[in-house]
Design a protein around this ligand. Structure first.
Ligand code: COA
Length: 260
């Protein structure tokens, strides 16, 4: 499918989605959010896609936030709908995506940009990355899951400070905060993400999907994560991948997972 605001490329089972509005620092307007939703939805059913890397066009920005020009005159009701629709269509969709999603943060990841990176399963930052949730400087709060996911990732006190000050942290501070897993030079960013993707793809895709579900269960209200783990663990025993994985180990050979 072709889009106006995002680019897609697939190589060795890795789909790279690049948000491509560099003149607006890749800000997320409604159309971009819709296109991202469609791209993820398509990737879900595409057997060729095993891992997704999400990044921004150019070196200056991953995503500099939700597109402020689109919501500047919204009413409270419209604001609420904006957050609810965005969370459902994109941010929760990415967080619960059954295939690994890695955010490769090149430059500014602010507001909705950091929220998108936090919805991904983990993050790698380029040395020039700058991250923050500056919404209170605009008289609003993060609405795409930022108050929840930032607290989960960096802890309550740090999230409180980052959100209340509307400040930015650099890549090394983000690493220290466990907001990102790795910091690399910008020209190594995608290659580094692809290396991790390749490691993931050696494993069972069905087991990886089950692991995403079980880990996410820890952060869902009213869900017992340990129970989810027990259920997903049990379900694994019925998969072809489990039979292949265990028999390959016992037969002292490399597993060749069918992904079923
Ligand atoms: N929404 C809409 N447009 C945005 C945007 C956003 N979140 N972030 C940047 N842009 C646009 C700017 O309006 C500008 O457009 P123009 O050239 O048509 O005037 C263009 O992108 C370049 O941005 P500019 O501000 O000129 O770049 P800069 O290098 O001086 O500053 C930032 C970079 C990231 C510090 C600054 O753009 C910024 O603060 N952006 C908003 C961040 C934010 O508050 N995000 C949360 C939104 S809820």
């Amino acid at each position: 499918m072709s889009y106006n605001n995002i680019l897609e490329s697939i190589d060795d089972n890795i789909l790279t989605i690049t948000i491509d509005r560099p003149k607006k620092l890749n800000a997320l307007n409604r159309e971009t959010i819709q296109e991202l939703h469609e791209a993820f939805k398509e990737a879900k059913n595409d057997e060729e896609v095993k891992v997704i890397i999400i990044t921004g066009s150019g070196e200056k920005a991953f995503v500099a936030g939700a597109d402020i020009s689109e919501f500047a005159d919204y009413s409270p009701k419209e604001g609420k709908k904006l957050a609810a629709d965005g969370q459902e269509k994109l941010f929760n969709y990415v967080a619960n995506f059954p295939k690994p999603v890695i955010a490769a943060i090149n430059g500014f990841a602010l507001g909705g940009g950091l929220e998108l990176a936090m919805a991904a399963h983990f993050r790698i930052a380029a040395e020039n990355a700058k991250m923050g949730l500056p919404e209170v400087s605009l008289g609003v709060i993060p609405g795409y899951g930022g108050t929840q996911r930032l607290s989960q990732l960096v802890g309550k006190g740090r999230a409180m400070e980052m959100i209340m000050t509307a400040g930015m942290i650099d890549a090394n501070q983000a690493l220290q905060y466990s907001l990102v897993n790795h910091v690399v030079e910008i020209d190594q960013l995608l290659e580094f993400a692809e290396k991790i993707a390749a490691k993931i793809m050696k494993n069972s895709t069905v087991a990886v999907a089950a692991a995403i579900k079980a880990i996410n269960a820890n952060f869902e209200d009213g869900v017992n994560g340990f129970e989810t783990e027990i259920n997903e663990f049990g379900r694994s025993f019925g998969t072809e991948d489990f039979k292949e994985g265990t028999s390959a180990f016992l037969g002292k050979r490399k597993a060749n997972f069918p992904g079923k």
